[in-house]
Design a protein around this ligand. Structure first.
Ligand SMILES: [Zn+2]
Length: 484
């Protein structure tokens, strides 16, 4: 159990026994509860809204969302034989006690049972104190328990909500929450955040990391600017933007897009997609979001957009019901381009079996590129033959084939293989120095640039011995430099 220092214990006690929730909190919770509803679908498309009890017809399928024509809210459709459904949302509120900010976290839960009865409850389970240190300072009460590998928050009322301990596990228990916005402006009035407009950001974005905003003192100006532009979701990522410059320089798209960005309150991820799509079409952007697997990594789509337009990519993905692996597709397109296929032609741009076609092109490309490289190496080897040199102990000669280079790197266990392309292009010269009695066995691999030895390596990338180095020096002086 983590210890709670006295100052914090006093704060928590005041919160538990002497403070009340601000005006508007109950309405705020009620509003969030509205989201915790379903559309129940029975036979022949008959639908029932658990929010307003209205019945209507729809052809939408189970697990899709549909808008209730009566209350106009959008809910998930579930089958009428549903036994149990649970909603959980995390709400938070900022408080200020004894010159200290505290963020209080609540779990709002609704269970819908087989009789379609709602059972809703809210319980406070965590508190956090901004400290501008790397580790977050989070405290939890007795409602929090760990069962198997996940955190469970009890709503039963059997556990004491007023007994606090420090949360010491290294994974976070809470960071994103729906923040109560109405008291923030007042609380930040006399702080450096007074112009930050965090209250506006909280009002217009669901699920944000309030602590992160409160600790980001470096970007207050940018938060203010982005909020004033009504780009609230981008204000959450103020650190990604520069403060000065033209619209294009700040956002990476032209000013023509501003109204569009504002209307949809676009997120940073969506902005990155807009830069690639260059089209004011929000449904396309939403669709493309399905292809970003890790955080905001848009690199695959970026590469794809170098070969075909993302609108065409969407068309292809829809043909395959979203089952397109972008990391395979981008490779496929690269090979196709390198091999000279016309990607304007749908036959090449939209392979039926992506994996199969990818492997085929990869093979083709490998064979072709190896042929090209090998030819160039043969030519270079012949050119460099004039630099062959030997004494009574050693001999040095250029690499003549790709295979010889691969052999050398295998024997030496170094990475000369990767030099093959550069060698073929004439960007560097590769020589093999060998014992004259064992000319097939690799000894020293030598890289030459501008008639100077720039690297000489023996096995495992070690340096040659003195005798070997002396030979190389002689060679450099008597052969390489003389030619030059
Ligand atoms: Zn309704």
């Amino acid at each position: 159990m983590g210890y709670v220092k006295v100052a914090y214990r006093n704060i928590f006690r005041q919160l538990d026994y002497h403070s009340s929730m601000p005006k508007g909190w109950n309405e705020f919770v009620e509003k969030q509860l509205k989201f915790q509803n379903l559309i129940i679908k029975s036979s022949k498309g008959k639908c029932y809204c658990t929010n307003c009890n209205h019945s209507f017809f729809s052809n939408k399928k189970v697990n899709e969302e549909v808008k209730c024509p009566n209350c106009h809210n959008k809910y998930l459709i579930k089958r009428s034989n549903l036994k149990y459904y649970e909603f959980k949302d995390y709400l938070s509120i900022l408080d200020y006690i004894n010159d200290t900010f505290v963020i209080r976290y609540f779990e709002l839960r609704t269970i819908i049972d087989s009789l379609r009865e709602h059972h809703s409850s809210i319980v406070e389970f965590a508190r956090e104190i901004p400290n501008s240190k790397y580790n977050r300072e989070v405290f939890v009460n007795e409602t929090v328990s760990k069962c198997q590998c996940h955190i469970h928050i009890s709503h039963s009322g059997f556990y004491d909500e007023k007994i606090w301990r420090k949360y010491t596990r290294n994974y976070s228990i809470i960071d994103y929450s729906i923040v109560f916005p109405d008291n923030i402006k007042k609380l930040l009035k006399d702080t450096e955040f007074k112009y930050s407009r965090i209250w506006d950001i909280a009002k217009h974005s669901r699920y944000i990391d309030l602590l992160k905003l409160l600790e980001n003192k470096a970007d207050i100006n940018k938060m203010e600017l982005l909020s004033k532009m009504k780009l609230y979701n981008l204000a959450l990522r103020a650190d990604e933007f520069r403060e000065k410059g033209s619209f294009q320089e700040i956002f990476g798209v032209s000013k023509d897009y501003y109204q569009f960005m504002k209307r949809y309150n676009i997120t940073y991820k969506q902005l990155k997609l807009l830069r690639l799509l260059k089209e004011k079409d929000f449904s396309k952007i939403k669709y493309l979001e399905n292809f970003i697997n890790y955080g905001e990594r848009t690199e695959d789509l970026e590469e794809i957009s170098n070969y075909i337009s993302l609108t065409r990519f969407i068309k292809y993905a829809k043909m395959h019901h979203k089952h397109v692996k972008t990391y395979i597709y981008k490779d496929y397109l690269r090979f196709a381009k390198l091999l000279g296929f016309d990607l304007k032609n749908t036959r090449y741009a939209f392979p039926k079996n992506l994996r199969e076609e990818h492997d085929k092109l990869e093979k083709q490309y490998k064979i072709q590129s190896e042929e090209i490289i090998n030819k160039a190496i043969l030519r270079r080897g012949k050119e460099l033959d004039m630099n062959k040199y030997q004494n009574s102990k050693f001999i040095i000669l250029p690499a003549h084939t790709l295979k010889a280079l691969q052999d050398e790197s295998k024997q030496q266990r170094n990475c000369v293989r990767t030099y093959a392309e550069r060698y073929a292009k004439g960007e560097c010269d590769i020589y093999f120095m060998r014992d004259i009695k064992k000319p097939k066995e690799s000894l020293v691999t030598v890289e030459v640039k501008d008639n100077r030895v720039v690297q000489s390596r023996i096995k495992y990338n070690n340096s040659p011995n003195e005798q070997q180095l002396e030979f190389l020096q002689d060679w450099e002086q008597n052969v390489l430099r003389k030619v030059a």
